[in-house]
Unconditional design. Structure first.
Length: 326
């Protein structure tokens, strides 16, 4: 590289100056007219010789240390690149084709910015590869564990607002208790679900406000497999006011699709929900909830939620960005 070339050239120049200084000292002692070279000049030449010798040794040590460190680092990065899968996303494949570690890092940062920007505009079908049905086409009820944590990024397509949401399993038993918080609202919530992630009730952090659902909102009807359908009517009750609304849900399981969470590849079942929410004055709000459920992660990794209330359409995308399973 340019750095190594400059370092080698500078080292050669210093070595030449060192030997030139040494030759001056020797010639001063062997000169016939030694009185011309007084003691002050001899000391000055000797000091110059010693300084250049020290400077040369210091520079060469720095050069070899830097060269060894950079070589070791590059070798480690090359090993990481070699073990990457051949069927990685195109953005990662382009990074592997970079010619140097510096270019790799620069391209990686560029691709991460581009992917974050493009993800807001392109639907999942355009980001995913062709669906492949796994050996076991059925997804059974999840084995939810205490401590399981999921972090999502929610993006509102109308306002452009982004929210980071965290869901942590606090307790597992007859009910699954989830602690829910985000980086925008100060108040957290407690969610109560059954063993299939179907919502039973919600409570605010003060344990006063919230909603009850009877029967639990059936987001999933395990076991899941392509072509399965279900329907449900559930009553939502505001625990503070006692007001009720009626949820009507229609579910359809579509095909398996291959998608990525970061650089990890998973097989996910697409689940389409159509919902109708009817209020006390017979006002209605229609909506859709398209989610991609991954059995290995025991939860959905992406959701596209839309609603239409009196002609006002809202659309929100939730994407899993990290997780921790127990």
């Amino acid at each position: 590289t340019t750095f190594h070339f400059i370092a080698i050239l500078a080292a050669i120049i210093l070595i030449f100056l060192m030997f030139y200084s040494k030759s001056l000292v020797r010639s001063s002692y062997s000169h016939k007219n030694r009185s011309y070279y007084d003691g002050f000049r001899l000391k000055k030449i000797s000091a110059t010789f010693s300084f250049l010798t020290f400077l040369t040794a210091l520079f060469l040590s720095f050069f070899f240390f830097t060269f060894y460190f950079r070589s070791s680092k590059e070798q480690g990065e090359n090993v990481i690149v070699k073990v990457m899968p051949t069927d990685m996303p195109s953005a990662m494949a382009e990074i592997v084709r970079a010619r140097s570690p510096i270019e790799e890092r620069t391209l990686l940062e560029k691709r991460q910015t581009e992917i974050a920007s493009v993800e807001k505009r392109i639907p999942l079908e355009n980001l995913s590869e062709k669906a492949v049905i796994p050996s076991s086409p059925t997804a059974n009820s999840p084995m939810i564990q205490k401590g399981d944590t999921y972090i999502y990024k929610s993006y509102d397509q109308k306002s452009g607002a982004e929210v980071i949401m965290e869901r942590t399993v606090l307790s597992v038993g007859n009910e699954i208790i989830l602690y829910a918080k985000n980086n925008k609202k100060e108040k957290s919530k407690i969610l109560y679900c059954n063993g299939e992630w179907n919502l039973i009730r919600t409570r605010n952090a003060d344990r006063i406000g919230g909603y009850n659902y009877s029967p639990p909102l059936k987001y999933y009807d395990f076991p899941l497999y392509p072509g399965k359908t279900w329907g449900q009517t559930s009553t939502e009750t505001d625990v503070r006011t006692g007001k009720t609304r009626i949820y009507t849900i229609s579910g359809l399981v579509r095909e398996w699709e291959e998608l990525f969470v970061g650089t990890e590849k998973f097989m996910a079942l697409r689940v389409d929900l159509e919902t109708t929410l009817t209020g006390p004055n017979q006002s209605t709000e229609n909506g859709t909830d398209i989610s991609w459920y991954v059995p290995e992660l025991r939860k959905s990794v992406r959701s596209e939620i839309s609603s239409n209330k009196e002609g006002r359409v809202e659309r929100r995308i939730m994407q899993l960005i990290s997780y921790r399973l127990r």
